[in-house]
Design a protein around this ligand. Structure first.
Ligand code: BTN
Length: 283
């Protein structure tokens, strides 16, 4: 039985966002919710217009992709979800909503942590990662859609960014594969409220562009860490294949992988075809 979220602890004015604009249509930061994706789903069901944003210090039932859970210590992450009513977007391009959320967050996170632009990369399709001596995950993105192609199209893009917590705080099985903004910023304090406000401002520009049919294909393509690297693709049925990723395709959102022979054109791999992508492996 879902529990109602706690009362909002912060709203837009306290985040330094203008109260006079329609973007976002609604923004609330809660102490604790089941899942910020569920909060936004409820808002959309209740008729809240796009683009609405819910954030929380803590989730009691945070979801990851492929049925996984998503955990973060209370106050240690930016956990937020963005609700869209994408009647204005071709359903085949709905993946671009997750892409612009990831790109806006990558820009905002680099600014908050004092990192050089381009330090945060995308692991196709939308995870935010940082590569030092290893590639580690900074943020995960969960997109959920309903009614695409109908007048009641809804999309919820949730993103969880590891904020100030150190790698030793992660569950042991994740510690080696995760990183946080605090770790990347080498001690510089991370302010999650400022990060959210900056993300929202950057997202507005990207939503406006997308509504006008402009997508930052170059930004999305050049941030992809997979370009030119061997990757292991795991299919929903558990079968896997190691291939050479040669790029991405900004019309369909596909990963481009080398064909079976040097003369063969690259093969398109769509998000729905893959359960998980791992970097590395021998082609
Ligand atoms: C993944 O990498 O598996 C995706 C993780 C997505 C986590 C975020 S946290 C905010 C939003 N609410 C959820 O329940 N999940 C997403």
């Amino acid at each position: 039985m879902p529990r109602p979220p706690t009362r909002p602890s912060r709203e837009r004015a306290e985040l330094g966002l203008s109260v006079a604009t329609a973007f976002p249509s609604r923004l609330e930061w809660f102490e604790r919710v089941d899942s910020t994706n569920d909060v936004v789903a409820g808002w959309l069901r209740d008729g809240v217009p796009e683009v609405c944003v819910a954030a929380a210090d803590e989730q009691t039932a945070g979801r990851g992709r492929s049925g996984r859970t998503w955990t973060a210590p209370s106050g240690g992450a930016l956990l937020c979800s963005v609700g869209f009513r994408p009647t204005w977007l071709d359903p085949e391009r709905a993946w671009r909503l997750a892409a612009i959320v990831s790109l806006a967050m990558a820009d905002a996170a680099e600014s908050e942590a004092g990192l050089a632009p381009g330090t945060i990369r995308l692991k196709w399709p939308n995870d935010l990662v940082i590569e030092t001596e290893a590639v580690r995950k900074l943020a995960g993105v969960l997109g959920e859609t309903d009614g695409l192609g109908t007048p009641d199209a809804r999309a919820i893009i949730g993103i969880g960014v590891n904020g100030a917590w150190s790698r030793t705080d992660f569950p042991a099985e994740l510690a080696d594969s995760m990183t946080s903004l605090g770790e990347a910023a080498a001690g510089r304090p991370i302010d999650r409220y400022r990060l959210l406000a900056d993300f929202v401002r950057r997202l507005e520009a990207r939503v406006d562009a997308l509504r006008e049919g402009r997508f930052d294909a170059e930004g999305w393509s050049t941030r992809q860490l997979t370009n030119g690297r061997p990757v292991r693709l795991e299919q929903p049925d558990g079968r896997g294949q190691t291939v050479l990723a040669v790029g991405v395709e900004p019309e369909s959102g596909a990963l481009l992988v080398a064909g079976d022979s040097p003369e063969a054109p690259p093969r398109h791999v769509l998000v729905g075809e893959i359960r998980h992508l791992r970097l590395g492996g021998v082609v």
